[in-house]
Write a protein that binds this ligand. Sequence first.
Ligand SMILES: *Cc1c(COP(=O)(O)O)cnc(C)c1O
Length: 222
Amino acid sequence: MSSSISERIVSICSSLPTSVKLIAVSKQVSAQAIRSAYAAGIRDFAESRIQEAASKQAELQDLPDITWHFIGHLQSNKAKKAVEQFPWIHSVDNLKLAQRLDQLAQQLGVSPQVCLQVKILPDPNKSGWSVPELLADLSTLDQYKNLQIQGLMTIPPSGLNDPEILNVFNLNRELAKKIKEQNWSHIKMQHLSMGMSGDYELAVQAGATMVRLGTILFGDRS
Ligand SMILES: *Cc1c(COP(=O)(O)O)cnc(C)c1O
């Protein structure tokens, strides 16, 4: 890509509705490139590996108003670090992990914002709740008072065409609405984390509140 990171950010930000937060996915991206995106106004960055994130976070400590988002599959032995390093975790993908994060949050005296990762369509390549599994687990999730359950995250299976992808995003919005209408005492459903470089326009059309963009901002990770 010939345009600079800041030019791409300005152009994408101006195309997004103000209700949509752009999260810059900085996995495999240097701290220097993160600084460029920061200089262009980005304050939300997402990483998918705890260790890689830790070294960049240390290097960027002089930028205190960054909000870090975790978006990768989280193994339980990394859960403590995730809670320590990330105020947002988009990839809470099973009940056991949610329970562990809730316990850790209590011990550490924090209350991370989380999204529940759901597979709207069956997808053997991804982790996450199926829709029936998630609905069955809500009453337990509602008791995890140290987690601020903010919404749903989804990634469509690969190989879908645009109308099919849009349908997945629409179904995710409908699912969040259905859960919200159940009036849980603790679970909130005000965010939809959906949309990556290849499909974020469809996600925005379907009501995404957070898009997670890597390649389109920083170039190919190769
Ligand atoms: C890598 C990644 C992204 C960003 O993907 P791009 O196609 O580079 O925009 C978004 N969400 C998750 C969960 C990812 O792992």
